[in-house]
Design a protein around this ligand. Sequence first.
Ligand SMILES: *Cc1c(COP(=O)(O)O)cnc(C)c1O
Length: 367
Amino acid sequence: MPKWENNVRKVVPYTPGEQPKIKNLIKLNTNENPYPPSPGVLAALRSLDADGLRRYPDPAASDLINAIASHCGVSCDRVFAGVGSDDVLAMSFLTFFASGREILFPDITYSFYDVWADLFRIPYEAQKLDGNFEIVNRDYYKENGGIIFPNPNAPTGVLKSLDSIRDLLEHNRDVVVIVDEAYIDFAQDAEEVEKGKHQVPPSSALNLIDEYENLLVVQTCSKSRSLAGMRIGYAVGSKKLIAYLNDAKYSFNSYTMNQAAIAAGCAAFEDEGWFRQCTSKIIRTRERVKKELSGLGFHFPDSSANFLFITHPSIPARELFARLRQEKILVRYFDRPRIDNYLRVTIGTDEEMDTMLTFLREGVDLT
Ligand SMILES: *Cc1c(COP(=O)(O)O)cnc(C)c1O
């Protein structure tokens, strides 16, 4: 190895889900939304001023921040936006996990957390989920440098109750606690979503941010707002937390949000009706697919997200993954301890799910 290589910061990178260019693929591997974004998004992109692209975007992305703030029912100084929640989360690791003490997160969780921790040289200790894939709160009562977990968790879909999150916060007043709510919009009753009963999902930790200055809630437009391709994520918390995040951002890259992303994001938040319709449809499809898969002998934790984490006693997950792939149905397989006999299946359209279910019923021996 040449000497200069000793000076390189080496990391084992995160592996994103595949984006293959196969025709007629049923793509259920990266939890994308099967429905397009609001028509208003395309209209906003079409009416972008080409000449305006000569200019830098608004470094504060104020229009987008306004739209998010009003959606979440908070003031603008409590919202931070970034290039997908991955960017927001990475910035949050850098900003809030600087104590040198071990941060805590579940052993089965979003596999980017340990990558960011390694990248930023943050020590961490993964805490084992119990046999039902639930977070064991008492593992988080010890001294630590911060806590992060997704809710609902990924890739299990398991939702932690607001009471249980409150308990974690009560035991962790001296560190920053981050709740990664990439899937929280799906953790609701379909009918209530359709009727627009709640502005903020009742199980969202957004309901706790006024009580805990050290609580940061991170959400994204990638899943429930069908904008994975636009890269828009955001964090909501106390003014202090958001000010610290902005200090880090402006020390790194002032122009994270480009003009197109700002326009698209604003349009997405303007069209609540579209959002409610697509989200409730996905929740209904999920509940139906749960019943069908149970009938076929599959087991899975009860998911509150737009995916199911399934296992079957008669066929190894790895084999089923390959069989589905031959049928041009792509799902996600994680070759990791404790979950290597599970497949994570994104909820697609009803037609896509029916194609998968028909194959499982007729093309695979599940007896
Ligand atoms: C998808 C996902 C994200 C990141 O999504 P972005 O597209 O970067 O907003 C963050 N956390 C979890 C748990 C996710 O599944």
